[in-house]
Design a protein around this ligand. Structure first.
Ligand SMILES: CC(C)(COP(=O)(O)OP(=O)(O)OC[C@H]1O[C@@H](n2cnc3c(N)ncnc32)[C@H](O)[C@@H]1OP(=O)(O)O)[C@@H](O)C(=O)NCCC(=O)NCCS
Length: 433
């Protein structure tokens, strides 16, 4: 299988940065995705001293776009210090949106269409658009077209009380109506994942994230974010990481999505989160010419999808073997694994799937991917503790994997991300040092 480069154009990850992640409705609730995205890109340029004139492309992911600024990437690219000629567009692939931004940018570099790109994403779950019902929207449209005061007032004559109830987006599959949490419950049941294992995994996520923050490894990937308009409040660390949680506290939480028989709780789920993250990608030659030491190279990637009505968050099990095959590698060659933690039940289901012959056959393999060595998995915690701003998580995971691979001197790292729509993503990075 050919590795991911063409004519020797390898894609290097040169640097990355993120805002601290904040639980929705908390420290960053007043910030829009544009503000968070602009802040992180501005500071990333500052820290890397990258000359903005070198940037060819900016791609950002977001899942719930603002109706006022739908092309988030372009708003970020219009930062005052950036030239106005930078191509910028926004992508959506649910929780893998920043991964989509990164692979789009990487593809453009491999094709020779770009040498330097910024890719990442932002999400504000504190600011999801709240819509009017169809009945009330129709009345508003009719009123805006009316030529007299009487006509405008008359437009609202047919509005019923229930038309006034606002419509809020649900974290549910449009095709099945099932929420993410209900899907996680279903996966826990189908894959026999006990509550205690989920809580153990959540506890591990908090402990490792707390350790990574304390020893500076995670802190180095984060900026301090000052909150406009007064800039008199700020956030310098993820506010969802609990240094004090325990198995007893986790065990005491009530299930949220199946109150009677369920096992998925607020403690073993990723929280609704605000934040932004971005990485700088360059062709290897350009990185060297500009004097940057690449952190890692993109060795391969793959997307996969399955029926959302089946096991919604299980597609990483299909994407990972394809990414490994494209890299010409097996799990045994992988030194570090980063898996997005939507829910502990999902990570543990994905891990079971990697070991299952049935899932191997579905992925077109004769043997399972294998057992992921837990001491190499999410070594600085994951989305359960750190948080999960949908559009940004993929960039967080990419930079964490690249940094930690370098620190540990491992050769290869693999990441996986599950996403709505029954889709999954996997990417293999190669240490550049
Ligand atoms: C699960 C979910 C509904 C919980 O929302 P919430 O009720 O607002 O969550 P909270 O943070 O307020 O937690 C609820 C309670 O559990 C407690 N809790 C949460 N995690 C805990 C932990 N690790 N240890 C101890 N207590 C914890 C909180 O302190 C809170 O207690 P309180 O009610 O006494 O204040 C929400 O986080 C969610 O929807 N998550 C899934 C998001 C999703 O679908 N993502 C898509 C993935 S692809």
């Amino acid at each position: 299988m050919e590795s991911y480069s063409s004519g020797g154009r390898r894609v290097a990850i040169v640097g990355g940065l993120r805002t601290p992640f904040a639980k929705a409705g908390s420290a960053l609730k007043a910030m829009t995705t544009e503000q968070m995205g602009r802040a992180v890109v501005a500071e990333l340029l500052e820290r890397t001293t990258l000359d903005p004139r070198e940037i060819d492309l900016l791609v950002f992911g977001t899942v719930v776009p603002s109706v006022l600024a739908p092309n988030l990437a372009r708003e970020v690219a219009l930062l005052p210090m950036l030239p106005k000629g930078i191509q910028a567009y926004t992508v959506g692939r649910a929780c893998a949106s920043a991964n989509q931004a990164i692979t789009d940018a990487a593809d453009q570099i491999v094709l020779g269409h770009a040498d330097v790109a910024i890719a990442g994403g932002a999400e504000s779950l504190s600011n999801v658009p709240i819509l009017h019902s169809r009945g009330f929207s129709d009345a508003l449209m009719k009123a805006s077209r009316a030529r007299s005061l009487g006509g405008r007032v008359g437009a609202f004559a047919g509005v019923r009380a229930r038309d006034l109830v606002p419509v809020t987006p649900a974290i549910a599959e449009p095709s099945t109506g099932e929420t993410m949490g209900q899907s996680a419950e279903k996966m826990a049941k189908l894959n026999h994942i006990p509550r205690e294992e989920q809580d153990q995994f959540a506890l591990r996520s908090h402990r490792l994230a707390a350790a990574g923050t304390q020893d500076g490894r995670l802190a180095a990937e984060m900026m301090t974010l000052y909150v406009p308009p007064k800039y008199d409040t700020w956030l310098s660390a993820d506010n969802g990481v609990r240094t004090d949680t325990s198995l007893e506290q986790l065990a005491a939480l009530k299930p949220v999505f199946d109150r009677r028989y369920g096992t998925v709780t607020a403690g073993n789920s990723s929280p609704l989160t605000d934040g932004a993250a971005a990485v700088i990608l360059m062709s290897e030659a350009k990185a060297r010419a500009l004097g940057y030491a690449p952190l890692a190279f993109v060795r391969s990637y793959a997307y996969a999808a399955l029926d959302p009505g089946e096991q919604l968050l299980q597609a990483p099990v299909l994407a990972a073997p394809t990414a490994l095959a494209r890299a010409g590698l097996a799990l045994a060659n992988i030194d570090l694994v980063e898996m997005h933690e939507a829910f502990a039940a999902q990570v543990l289901s994905n891990l079971n799937g990697f070991e299952s012959q049935a899932w191997a056959e579905r992925a077109g393999l004769s043997h399972p991917v294998g057992e992921v060595d837990r001491s190499r998995l999410n070594v600085m915690g994951g989305s359960i503790a750190i948080g999960h701003p949908f559009g940004a998580t993929g960039a967080r995971i990419t930079m964490t994997l690249a940094h930690e691979l370098k620190r540990r001197g491992g050769q290869f790292g693999m990441m996986t991300v599950c996403s709505a729509g029954g889709m999954g993503f996997a990417m293999v990075l190669e240490n550049a040092s």
